[in-house]
Structure formats: structure tokens, C-alpha cells
Design a protein around this ligand. Sequence first.
Ligand code: PAF
Length: 421
Amino acid sequence: MATCYLGLGSNVGNKKKNILLAVKYLQKSKGIKVEKVSRLYESSPCGCPAGSPDFLNGAAKIRTSLAPLALLKELKNIERCLGRKKAKRFFPRPIDIDILFYANKKVNLPNLKIPHPRLKMRDFVLTPLKEISPGIIKKIASEVKTIKDIPSMRAFLAHARKNMSIGFVPTMGYLHDGHISLIRQAKKENDVCVVSVFVNPLQFGPKEDFKKYPRDLERDSIKAQSAGCDVIFVPEERQMYPDSYCTYVNVDKLTGTLCGASRPGHFKGVATVVCKLFNIIQPDVAYFGQKDYQQALVIKAMAKDLNMPLKISIMPTVREADGLAMSSRNSYLNLSERAEAAVLYQSLQQARKNIFSGEKSSKAIIGDIRKAILKKKSAKIDYIAVADADTLESRDSVHGKALIALAAWFGKTRLIDNILL
Ligand code: PAF
């Protein structure tokens, strides 16, 4: 008998009933013994056509005497019994049963790949799998090299640096698809891809969310690895900021407006930690997302002013299907806040349309965005601004290279977004 892990998903009809029925069918199948079933988790559709319903997902641990292909045949049978028709990939389905792992076997056939090739990228697989088998998650997470101290990180890269280029993605962890796109790009453009995971206390205000900032290093390791990361750097706080610590990096001008005005000291914390990370990693290229546009400009200015020999690459914002910019903080939102938060990008898109139709007044543009956001019950505006995209100085009208940036609260969660014109 082999131990196997299955992924279960449904996004049509009574999703819970579909999954529970699938488990019942599994229990009745000859040669299959169901040992554990996880709780069921809601997830947004991934790779499905726009407007597809949300999924309910779970995982099951089974023991089976069936060989991998025979097991696959049995699972397809169960899917058919539950009304799944042969449909295009990613289209809504009453039930989806995937083989995630089959003992320690590797299978690479046109119709069956084990371990499941996309399982490392998907929270809706990793979360239920961790619930029923924390050991498996630990094992996959340990497959990527993780370094926790500064001298070891330097030593590891000293060797690589001799004849290889180093791409670097600094993060505070809880990786989402925005980070994944940065990691992929870093690996595509460089020989070695380093990802740092460090929740930097220096960039949080005293009343901000440092303590509750989401952390899950195993999940981050698996996701980073699946996107091409070669080594994860997870420095400890006391190594980054020992008691004797007294040096800070302050980037003037760019930090007095937008998020800098709402979060005093934030960019000093960001510039300081990024400067330290650049000194430790000494990358050829570092990657940042456009969602944090002001941060990217601040870091560009710091690198230029302090003669740091590296390129800063700013990558496009990655968005959920409804346009919400991906952010680790989206995980704080409850269901209604999450639905309402889509207004941020929708209102920015509407502003873009109005500008192309001739509206140039910043006051009018900001007014329209404000109105749209305030229609949402849980929303409170921090700022909405039209600014010069290079200097971040406020502008009365839209001309040349302009930035529309905003920050708003949904319940207790502060989110930011922007568009460039
Ligand atoms: O964008 C972030 O996640 C952080 O501000 C950064 C750049 C990793 C510095 O802590």
C-alpha cells in the first residue's frame, strides 16, 4: 500500500457537498483507504476565465494498492460520477481530484505528472496539505537553500559572484504572485536568484502592524523555490539591528509626500534595510514592484546617490482577477472588505479613461476617485494624489509623465495602489 496525497476542489453547484461526496466515493473505491481529510478552504479561481466562481479546496491522505495510472483512472471515474464533463482546463467544474504525491514516486507521463507540477505555487493546495501533513510541507520547504546569518550569506555569494550575475528580490515574506513575478524575472535575467525574507521593524510605525504582519517561512520557501529562487536569506533581527545599531539612511525630497507623509519614518526604515541588504548581497540587479512606486523611486535615488553599483528594476503590479493589487496585507481583509477593495483599481482605471477623454484637472480626477471609494461602506481615504512621476511633486493638472497614487483603509487594513500615465 502506498501513501498518497490528493487535492480536492470544486467551483460549481454545492461545492461542499461535491467534495464530501468525492470523499465518500474514494472511501468506497476498491484499493483505496481514506486516512485523513483536511478542512475546506475558499480560494479565488487561479488561471480561470474572468468571472469564474470561487473554489472550495481541500486535501486528503489516502493509502492505496492501485498503481499511479490505475489510481488516476479511478479518480477520473469519480469525477465523472459527480458530473464532471470533459471540459477545457481551468473551466468551472463540480469536482477536481489531483494526485499531489504518490509515496516517493516521480511520474512524468503526458497525462500524469507526480508530484503535481503546480502544487508549490498554490496556496489552495499548500494550506490544506499543511493541515493534514505538516511533515511534507517541512520537507518541500527544506529543498531550497536557506541562510540565516550574514557571514554565511556573504560566503555563499562570494563564490557565485566570481563568474555569475546575482538577481535579488528583497521581501518581507508572505509571498504572493507579485513577489513571484519578481523572482521569476530575477532568475530569468541572472544566474543566481536571491530572495530575502525579513519583516523589517524599522519601517513600521509604533501603531502599525509589525507584530501581526503575516509570517510563514515554509510557505514562502516553497513558493520562492517554485519561481526559481536559489537561496533564501532570512536574517535574524538582532543580526540586522544589534543593540549598538546607530546608522540610518535618509532619502530627502521623495519621502515627504504620499505614503511618506502618512507614515513618518517609514522610508527611512525601508532605505536603511535595503541599503544593508544591498551591502550584504551585492546584487547586480534588484527587483521591486510598481505597486510600491514611491518605495521604488526612493531606492533608485538611494542607489544612485550612494554610488551603489547595481540596477534597480521596477516590474508591473500584479493584480487579482478583479483588479485588486496583490499585497501580503490583503490577507487581513474580511470577505466584504476584500470585495469592496476592488474599487481602488476600478476608480484608477476610470480616472485613466476620463483623462484620455480630455479631463486634465487633478481636482476633478481626485474628486471622482474619492466619490467612488467612499461609496464603499468599509472604506476610508488616506490620500489620493496626482503627482509628477519622477519628483512626486503634486500637480494641479495631468500632463507629461504623471502618477495617480492613493492609499485607503478598508476596515483596519491600509492598502495602496497607483497608475502611471
Ligand atoms: O516592499 C517590501 O516588502 C519592503 O518594504 C522591503 C523593500 C522588502 C524592505 O523591507
